[in-house]
Design a protein around this ligand. Structure first.
Ligand code: SF4
Ligand code: SF4
Length: 321
């Protein structure tokens, strides 16, 4: 990882910065629950930050492996899910849940959670027709992630989003074969729903101070994908194992973040008090540094084998109290 040094964004990037704060668009300080607005989106006219996303794409390092990985992920993303079978198979929600999770695991997921969709998770320019959301997690390679913000880390992120698409497409294909409806969103890039809130609600982990999910097995080294369906499925519950308290006493990501975008206290965002990364500080650095990821690389929960030990230690401490 690069030595932390004061970051000054380029004039070229700042010339594209809109007249609005990304934090305002995100609803920082708003006390009412509302649907999120599109903010960092590849359809430039959907958001005032569209040109900033284009800047990121245009300024990606000229690296052959990065390019090939992006092409492969784009190919996977465009794969068409098979049509819905005319014959609808009936099973109990418990049977379907077991089968869906088996398909997810076979396709490469390390975590799968199911919950009921909430309106405030759907970006306000989109509609989602089915009320069950399946969130999947694929594991990243820490050795690559720890190079953040260098190219190997960016390659790893892009590759894993491709894998998240593969898993979500595989589950959607299976649901279609059984005669039920599903829409596969995959991971990142133009997904019309927030991925972290349903992941938390369905037991995939807790929110860390760095604004990403922390899973009890895979820590912060996981990328998410999602699909929605009308198949009857059982909903999972929250998995609370002590991340919140841990983050209150840890400053690793705060100290390491070059533009100081990570804050030591929680913020009110669209009616929910939570850890929040300052968008206006993070984005310029992210855009000029291959998608950054330093906060994930320095998080103690990212190191292989550590999450399991931390979970045990926190549970032991709690029991003693
Ligand atoms: S991704 Fe954003 S929040 Fe995380 S270290 Fe980089 S600049 Fe900071
Ligand atoms: S680095 Fe520390 S404070 Fe930041 S998310 Fe990880 S555990 Fe929480």
């Amino acid at each position: 990882m690069r030595k932390k040094e004061k970051f000054i964004p380029s004039e070229e990037q700042m010339a594209l910065w809109p007249d609005v704060s990304g934090n305002d668009l995100n609803g920082l300080g708003e006390t009412k629950v509302r649907r999120p607005s599109p903010i960092y989106w590849q359809t430039p006219d959907l958001t005032p930050f569209g040109p900033l996303m284009q800047f990121f794409v245009d300024h990606a390092p000229r690296d052959e492996d990065l390019y090939k990985t992006q092409m492969e992920t784009d190919r996977i993303r465009e794969t068409i899910v098979e049509p819905i079978s005319d014959e609808k198979v009936e099973k109990t929600s418990t049977e379907w849940t077991k089968l869906i999770k088996e398909v997810g695991v076979k396709s490469g997921a390390v975590a799968i959670g199911i919950t009921k969709m909430r309106p405030e998770w759907v970006i306000d320019t989109f509609e989602v027709p089915y009320e069950t959301v399946i969130t999947i997690g694929v594991a990243m390679d820490f050795e690559n992630l720890k190079t953040a913000p260098e190219v190997p880390s960016a390659i790893e992120v892009i590759k894993k989003y491709g894998e998240a698409h593969l898993v979500s497409h595989a589950i959607a294909n299976y649901i279609h074969e059984q005669g039920w409806n599903a829409i596969s969103y995959g991971g990142s890039n133009n997904v019309p729903i927030l991925l972290i809130p349903p992941a938390i609600e369905s037991g995939l982990g807790e929110l860390g101070k760095h604004g990403s999910l922390i899973n009890r097995e895979n820590g912060s080294v996981m990328r998410l994908g999602a699909l929605v369906t009308d198949m009857p499925l059982n909903y999972d519950s929250l998995d609370v194992f002590g991340v919140d308290d841990f983050c209150l006493n840890c400053k690793a990501c705060e100290k390491a973040c070059p533009p100081e975008a990570i804050q030591s206290d929680k913020k009110m965002v669209r009616g929910v008090e939570k850890w929040y990364v300052d968008f206006d500080k993070c984005l310029p650095y992210f855009n000029e540094n291959t998608g950054c990821g330093i906060c994930l690389a320095v998080c103690p929960w990212s190191h292989p084998g550590v999450p399991q030990n931390l979970v045990k230690k926190i549970a032991k401490k709690k029991a003693l109290k």
